[in-house]
Design a protein around this ligand. Structure first.
Ligand SMILES: NC(=O)c1ccc[n+]([C@@H]2O[C@H](COP(=O)([O-])OP(=O)(O)OC[C@H]3O[C@@H](n4cnc5c(N)ncnc54)[C@H](O)[C@@H]3O)[C@@H](O)[C@H]2O)c1
Length: 370
């Protein structure tokens, strides 16, 4: 199959694993042709590290007629503008999460793509990993009976260690717990239980500023503003009848992720949806707990699998899975939680979306199509 040429925009922290996977794990279908960043040195460094032939400016990358997919790994506020630029240049686009910071921006991207006949994909693609694919099979095969409720918790530290090169992005909308970490949990829930019809929630902010406390940070001692909610509690109703609660906060320390799905015949403990695999177990009505072996591949950090799936979709003329429409729904849920908190009322959502298709069993190593 002819490979799909990819141009990467954004050569920051997460670009390393994407470039590794796009040049090695998924090299059956992907070929990275160029890397660009606002900071040319970062693009040059990544291109060199991963054997990419060209490091260039964003405009040069978008002007390369051979590049079919733009992989947008920029900071949250740049996702929609870069997506629009890529689509205007006739490229399919796959972006990191959050898909956008407003529904209007998200819709502009989706409308332009539709008008031009181009594909839009978006992270997270962790639901294509072994863990969540196994959980979907468990649910679809009826092992836990009717899933009626879920409980997601993501508690983590704030950005006060100052160790991420652009840690201040985590203190703004887009780096907040719901738009930054929520997509993993919400995408997993939509993949497992279907779309959400109604949300409510409470969004709080503990402090207006924090001090960088890590002596290893080059900004040690600086006091920086916190500009987004940092502690969110939400309740979700799914079109299929299930409900879920979600607690997302970046106010403590360490990292405490948890996701459980409760069914009439069993309670499923899901792996951390921020990862591609992990321990999965079911507690059965007799009180016994059993660890469940993984049924699917992609146990390693496979970031970029959503791009590979999109590339196969392009070549084979089939739908892809980590779509912009799915990410738009997840954004709708996220913004709905904030709006419910402000208005003190439930927010109704459009749930005109199918669950993404699971991956088939028995795929060849690192391949997404038989
Ligand atoms: N760091 C992680 O562990 C991680 C994990 C999963 C997802 N993500 C997501 O990936 C995205 C990037 O995160 P990161 O940690 O790599 O951030 P980063 O700040 O390290 O990198 C972002 C890069 O994008 C570049 N950039 C910003 N705007 C640009 C523009 N308009 N044109 C060209 N380049 C531009 C910046 O110069 C920077 O090098 C974020 O949306 C984040 O939510 C990050």
């Amino acid at each position: 199959m002819r490979k799909v040429k990819v141009g990467v925009i954004g050569a920051g922290q997460i670009s390393a694993i994407y470039l590794k996977n796009c040049t090695q794990t998924f090299d059956d279908i992907l070929e990275v042709a160029a890397v660009a960043d606002l900071v040319p040195e970062l693009a040059r460094k990544r291109a060199e590290e991963y054997g990419v032939p060209k490091a260039c400016s964003v405009d040069e990358l978008l002007g390369d007629p051979d590049i079919e997919i733009v992989l947008n790994l920029t900071a949250p506020a740049a996702h929609a503008p870069i997506n629009l630029k890529a689509l205007q240049s006739g490229k399919h686009v796959y972006a990191e999460k959050p898909f956008a910071l407003t529904r209007e921006d998200a819709d502009e991207v989706l409308s332009l793509a539709e008008a031009r006949g181009l594909l839009v994909g978006c992270a997270p693609d962790t639901f294509l990993g072994a863990g969540l694919q196994t959980c979907r099979k468990i649910i679809d095969d009826g092992w836990i009976g009717t899933p009626y409720a879920a409980n997601g918790t993501i508690i983590m530290g704030n950005a006060s260690s100052g160790m991420h090169p652009n840690f201040q992005n985590f203190l703004k909308l887009g780096g907040d717990p719901i738009l930054d970490m929520g997509p993993y949990f919400l995408t997993a829930l939509v993949f497992l239980l279907g779309p959400v019809t109604r949300v409510t929630g409470t969004a709080k902010q503990l402090r207006k500023e924090i001090e960088i406390r890590n002596p290893k940070s080059h900004r040690f001692g600086e006091v920086v503003p916190v500009e987004a909610p940092t502690n969110v509690t939400a309740a979700l109703d799914f079109a299929g009848g299930a409900t879920a609660s979600l607690q997302a906060a970046k106010e403590s320390f360490g990292y405490y992720p948890r996701l459980e799905i409760f069914g009439t015949e069993g309670n499923l403990t899901v792996n951390d949806p921020n990862f591609f695999s992990g321990t999965i177990s079911i507690r059965f009505p007799n009180g016994e707990s059993k660890e469940i072996p993984l049924t699917h591949g992609f146990t390693e950090d496979s970031r970029g699998i959503g791009v590979a799936d999109m590339a196969y979709a392009l070549r084979l003329g089939r739908p892809h899975r980590a779509t912009g429409r799915l990410a738009r729904h997840v954004l709708d849920v996220s913004l709905g939680i904030f709006e419910a908190s402000e208005s003190g009322r439930h927010v109704l959502l459009q749930a005109d979306l199918e669950k993404p298709a699971p991956l088939p069993l028995g795929l060849k190593y690192n391949r997404l199509d038989p």
